[in-house]
Write a protein that binds this ligand. Structure first.
Ligand code: FES
Length: 114
């Protein structure tokens, strides 16, 4: 049996703090939920580089900068962003698509294989 395709968090957007991502243990590892400009985004909590605590990074819009070596990622695409703003291939951040159940609670979809 593989990992489930969906994970019901039982959380609502109102449970999230825009200033601080919420960590969740999911079937696909530790993920972080972000509330950015009213949008819920979900990405791997730890950095693809050397497993630094990306969730403790600095947010600028939907861009997060890892506190360890300052790699930057677009939380919407998972793409790593080079210094001059040009996306780089590889080192993609795992993300979960965010859906809602009938009550409006946040449901995560399995990350796409990268
Ligand atoms: S561990 Fe995140 S940039 Fe190195």
């Amino acid at each position: 049996m593989g990992a489930p395709q969906r994970f019901e968090t039982q959380l609502f957007a109102r449970d999230l703090d825009p200033a601080r991502p919420k960590l969740l243990e999911t079937p696909w590892g530790t993920m972080a939920l972000y509330l950015i400009e009213g949008e819920v985004l979900c990405a791997a909590a730890f950095c693809p580089h050397l497993e630094g605590p990306l969730f403790e990074g600095t947010l600028s819009g939907a861009t997060i900068t890892c506190p360890w070596h300052q790699w930057r990622y677009d939380l919407r695409s998972g793409q790593r962003i080079a210094l001059l703003g040009v996306p780089l291939p590889g080192d993609k951040l795992a993300r979960c698509r965010v859906e809602r159940d009938a009550r409006g609670a946040i449901v995560l979809c399995a990350p796409e294989a990268t």
